[in-house]
Design a protein around this ligand. Structure first.
Ligand SMILES: NC(=O)c1ccc[n+]([C@@H]2O[C@H](COP(=O)([O-])OP(=O)(O)OC[C@H]3O[C@@H](n4cnc5c(N)ncnc54)[C@H](OP(=O)(O)O)[C@@H]3O)[C@@H](O)[C@H]2O)c1
Length: 344
């Protein structure tokens, strides 16, 4: 398979590293992935014979610019070059998430699909805002839109819903979809820390970002839950009007009260089908041992599906970080190559 990578930041670089590290083992399984383009916001590299991933990483690690990488075609390379040449099977989109406009990813994904190129994306923005339209476009062009990385990364959430719950009617989706908040709540409970202390600890360990608001205010959970709802329940819901609670106001007393009741506090995203429509909420909840989500600890995440014919299914785990995120992109690329039909 010939691929183009658009977005060469943390996740993009981790994908190039995986392609380099796993090249031999993938080849022994008959999987030949050739990276033909790497493009960021200002420059790019193109080699129709396949870029040497190891050499490219060494070049940038030593401070080299993408456009100065000597291997390949020696003319300026941009996203437009990729559209003009149309010589790849898959575009991997890994530019920053913008939850208001979806750009620049939305334009990249739409253009690739219109040009008959499969898309594998890490970018939540376009999937949150326009999955149904983009998926229809993919179907009309006979290609596929793979978004497995956008919710849970290594934790199979979307693809488990598409492939493993096929034929069932999903009544509810419940999840711990943000590893950072789960870690903070866990540290508060286990080590009797206050919220600020636990957050500082998570930041020191690189688990929480310097500006943690997207995670701790619940928005990351909300975006991921909406992506699941829109893809698996065939909706086109937006963040407007969704009840979103974060963890910023949780105190030691709340944790202790829950503990006394034999319960644990978790940030839960929940979507339930009701006669009036799908009820969506992100709440800090006290849950007991009877709920499989109560045992989800550390930076782990989980998703629980309840469906009519396949029953109650919970998936727990999934490492966080750029390597696991890139590994989930690689998983989609491989499954696409194996003929999985992501867009139907
Ligand atoms: N980090 C994670 O663990 C993780 C997990 C799951 C999903 N994601 C998602 O994966 C995506 C990438 O995350 P990241 O952490 O790798 O972000 P990042 O480090 O900020 O990298 C973003 C990359 O996109 C490039 N870019 C920006 N605008 C572009 C444009 N118009 N055309 C081409 N390239 C452009 C940037 O290039 P310049 O440097 O030239 O600006 C940079 O190389 C995000 O959507 C994120 O939400 C991340």
């Amino acid at each position: 398979m010939r691929i183009a990578l658009v977005g060469f930041g943390g996740v993009g670089k981790a994908l190039v590293k995986l392609l380099s590290d796993k090249k031999k083992s993938l080849l022994t399984q008959g999987i030949d992935i050739r990276l033909n383009y790497v493009i960021n916001s200002r420059e790019g590299v193109y080699d129709p014979m396949g870029i040497d991933c190891g050499s490219l990483l060494k070049h940038v690690e030593m401070g080299g610019q993408l456009s100065r990488f000597t291997q390949g075609v020696n003319t300026p390379v941009s996203f437009e070059t990729l559209l003009k040449n149309r010589d790849v099977d898959v575009m991997v989109e890994a530019t920053p998430t913008n939850r208001e406009s979806g750009e620049p990813g939305l334009t990249h994904i739409r253009a690739a699909l219109e040009n008959g190129i499969n898309v594998v994306t890490a970018n939540k923005g376009p999937i949150l805002l326009a999955y149904r339209t983009l998926n229809r476009l993919a179907v009309s062009k006979g290609v596929h839109l793979c978004a497995g990385c956008t919710t849970g990364g290594a934790l199979p959430t979307i693809n488990a819903g598409i492939f493993d719950l096929a034929g069932s009617n999903i009544h509810s989706i419940e999840g711990i979809l943000n590893g950072t908040t789960n870690y903070i709540l866990g540290r508060m409970e286990q080590d009797n820390l206050g919220y600020e202390q636990a957050l500082a600890e998570a930041q020191r360990m690189g688990i929480a970002e310097t500006d943690p608001s997207l995670d701790v205010e619940g928005w990351d959970t909300a975006i991921k839950l909406l992506i699941l709802v829109n893809i698996l329940m065939n909706e086109q819901r937006t963040l407007d009007g969704i009840r979103v609670e974060g963890i910023t106001r949780v105190g030691r007393d709340d944790i202790l009260r829950a503990k006394k009741e034999g319960k644990t506090l978790k940030l839960i995203g929940r979507a339930v089908k009701t006669p009036e429509g799908i009820d969506i909420s992100i709440n800090l909840e006290k849950i007991g041992e009877d709920n499989p989500l109560s045992g989800v600890n550390g930076t782990n995440k989980a998703v629980r599906y309840v469906s009519d014919s396949l029953g109650d299914l919970t998936i727990i785990g999934g490492a966080s970080g750029t390597i696991p995120a890139a590994a989930s992109l690689l998983r989609d690329i491989i499954n696409l190559g194996r003929g999985y039909r992501f867009s139907v």
